[in-house]
Design a protein around this ligand. Structure first.
Ligand code: M6R
Length: 328
């Protein structure tokens, strides 16, 4: 990246700014930075950041996340951050030479390869991994993470591609569910902890490419309003791959089911008790919970893909959308 070790040690605050899918990756990053480095992290949608009067804390690192590196609001936020006097600006970006890369002090390239389809998929996965690697680097400099734990996360990181491949071989199960739900009008995604941003991403993918109205909620918020939306046979997707939040998530799904929802559970092998509640379960391989994010998003992307295919949508070029949003 180019950020010197002593500069990393001095970082006391992090501000992340991004849009859309990149914003969802940033939300996951906030959980990781605070959990593994103890450095407070704030995150804003770029179109909000640029128009609010954010307080710039001392020794702050300003991070932008963008696949294209050309998103107008993200770029404007970076320019504003420089005027505001951030100590360092870093972009996590997939396009070398893009405006964001040229104008940031430091760059972490995601190297996902060219992403042509409008819906961000592989870029998202690599944004997550880049954020985790950055978190580990900061944790090392800050000495905030036990060396064994750090080594264990790195070992799991190396296993991730083969786990993803194994999962992809089983996509027929998801195809079956997709054909049952292709004619629905509404869908809810629920998650807690780092899986809340993954639920947000699942809902964004579904609405973006299949035009089905889909929303995501932090599962604990259901009682505060959204539960009134549930009607008979509505698809509710629960993402429950975080061991510490599994039971809480199950309770939320039981509540949705008792109001008539059709439940899809997305969890890791071993959590078989979910079958008492879910009508349909997708299992992903067990891994370090940090990587359950990158693994869990794959079935959600496939679900959107197959539903869109079933509905005859133009998956690579959804209506009203452009790959790169270069105007406000
Ligand atoms: O190129 P960027 O990552 O800055 O783009 C941000 C959003 O426009 C983008 O992630 C959008 O939400 C995707 N189409 C989602 O799939």
């Amino acid at each position: 990246i180019g950020l010197k070790d002593d500069s990393l040690v001095d970082i006391d605050n992090i501000q992340i700014v991004a849009c859309g899918t990149s914003f969802h990756a940033g939300l996951v990053g906030k959980y990781w930075f605070e959990e593994l480095t103890g450095v407070p992290c704030n995150i804003d949608i770029a179109s909000e950041y640029r128009y609010r009067h954010a307080v710039v804390r001392k020794n702050s690192l300003f991070i932008t996340i963008s696949q294209s590196g050309e998103t107008a609001d993200t770029l404007a936020s970076l320019r504003l951050a420089k005027e505001q006097g951030y100590k360092h600006t870093l972009c996590i970006c997939n396009v070398n030479g893009s405006s964001l890369v040229r104008e940031s002090d430091f760059t972490l390239l995601t190297r996902a390869g060219a992403e042509i389809g409008v819906a961000s998929t592989k870029a998202f996965t690599t944004q997550l991994l880049s954020l985790l690697m950055l978190t580990l680097l900061l944790a090392k400099q800050k000495q905030s993470l036990d060396e064994d734990k750090r080594a264990q996360i790195i070992t799991s990181l190396r296993q991730l591609p083969s786990l993803c491949e194994k999962f992809l071989a089983k996509d027929q199960e998801i195809l079956q569910l997709a054909s049952e739900f292709a004619d629905k009008h509404h869908c809810l995604f629920l998650g807690r902890g780092v899986m809340y941003p993954i639920a947000l991403e699942g809902a964004l993918k579904l609405k973006e490419i299949s035009y089905i109205h889909s929303e995501a909620f932090a599962a604990g918020e259901m009682k505060h309003g959204p539960i009134s939306l549930i009607e008979k046979n509505m698809l509710v997707v629960g993402v429950l791959t975080q061991p510490d939040l599994y039971e809480k998530m199950v309770s939320n799904l039981v509540e949705a089911k008792s109001r008539g929802a059709y439940i899809m559970g997305l969890t890791t092998y071993g959590n078989y008790s979910i079958e008492d509640t879910a009508n349909f379960t997708v299992y992903v391989p067990k891994t370090d919970p940090h990587f359950a994010t990158s693994l869990s998003v794959v079935p959600l992307q496939l679900l959107s893909y197959y539903i869109a295919l079933e509905r005859g949508c133009d998956i690579d070029k959804p209506r009203n959308l452009a790959k790169s949003v270069t105007v406000e």
